[in-house]
Design a protein around this ligand. Structure first.
Ligand SMILES: [Zn+2]
Ligand SMILES: [Zn+2]
Length: 318
């Protein structure tokens, strides 16, 4: 099959080995896949991953032990878990000690003609969600995770730092939850999107950090973003860290101690809530699409997705 792989360098493979579905696995023919910051970080060495990249996808089930799934349009949760370890048993299966993660850890991903996942990981999509929206289910679920992790009641000063792909999803989810959120970013066109969605925003250049925010959600993907978050959050406030980055400069963590700041790491989230929000048109994701490119142009597409200010680049697979 055709696939976009990373093994020290990124390359398009016209004849990569077909996936061999194991027991209980479902084989999915990928229709579209989204490029995200994690994919870009992997090509800089994050997670030491080798294989087919990609974890944000929509596809059609080609074969499955669960016959009802065959032919269905699906999205898939990315953590493949054992169900037996202490963390799985404790209900923390996204942290399973024996997990593989689609296109990130020990498992080929979705920038390919076919991808395999256990049927338990799959969610069939309603017709009201088209393929363009469906590729955003995974990152939107990650945005919903913020609501699971913090209490917003009475928190008046909430900032999303970063106007990239994930920041703009988090901002919409927080706004929909009734939170008076504000986005801080570098790009006028993205801040204009916030205005269209009636979400307050400010250019980064205008910000004078004053240790006054109840919550700062860091979606910058950079060490300097986290430093700014530490300057913006109030004493005893909360930083939600959504960024994963391969390496960065040394960080001075003293402000966390001095201001007794709580830092919450935040990763994958609830698919069901993301699917519902898209079906009910509560979140605008289509405005985030920068360009569609063919899988064959994957190397070029990854390069484009890594340029400053570029939002979602989608790979189409025909
Ligand atoms: Zn992602
Ligand atoms: Zn487990």
């Amino acid at each position: 099959m055709r696939a976009l792989t990373f093994d020290q360098s990124l390359s398009f493979q016209p004849r990569y080995r077909d996936p061999q579905p194991g027991d209980g696995d479902t084989l999915i023919k990928v229709r579209q896949a989204g490029i995200c910051a994690t994919d870009l970080e992997i090509t800089k060495g994050y997670m030491g991953f080798r294989g087919v990249l990609g974890h944000e996808f929509v596809g059609e089930v080609a074969s499955s032990p669960d016959k009802a799934l065959v032919g269905q349009r699906v999205v898939g949760e990315i953590n493949v878990v054992c169900g037996r370890c202490d963390l799985c048993v404790a209900g923390l299966s996204s942290h399973c000690r024996n997990r593989s993660v689609l296109g990130i850890l020990n498992r080929d991903g979705a920038f390919a003609e076919y991808v395999r996942l256990p049927s338990l990981n799959l969610h069939a999509l309603p017709k009201t969600i088209d393929d363009d929206q469906a590729v955003f289910v995974e990152p939107l679920a990650a945005a919903f995770q913020v609501l699971k992790q913090i209490q917003l009641d009475g928190r008046k000063w909430v900032t999303v730092l970063g106007d990239g792909r994930l920041g703009l999803l988090v901002a919409q989810v927080l706004r929909n939850a009734g939170c008076p959120v504000r986005v801080i970013g570098k790009h006028a066109d993205k801040l204009a999107l916030c205005e269209k969605w009636q979400i307050r925003s400010r250019p980064l250049a205008d910000i004078n950090p004053r240790h006054d925010q109840d919550v700062v959600v860091d979606c910058t993907g950079s060490a300097s973003g986290f430093e700014l978050a530490m300057q913006m959050v109030r004493p005893r406030g909360t930083i939600v860290l959504k960024s994963t980055f391969a390496a960065g400069k040394p960080l001075n963590l003293a402000p966390l101690v001095i201001d007794e700041i709580q830092v919450i790491g935040s990763r994958c989230g609830p698919f069901r809530e993301a699917i519902r929000a898209l079906a009910e048109k509560q979140v605008d994701v289509v405005s985030l699409i920068h360009r569609r490119m063919k899988l064959e142009q994957g190397v070029e597409a990854m390069d484009l997705a890594g340029r400053p200010g570029v939002l979602k680049v989608i790979l189409t697979i025909d």
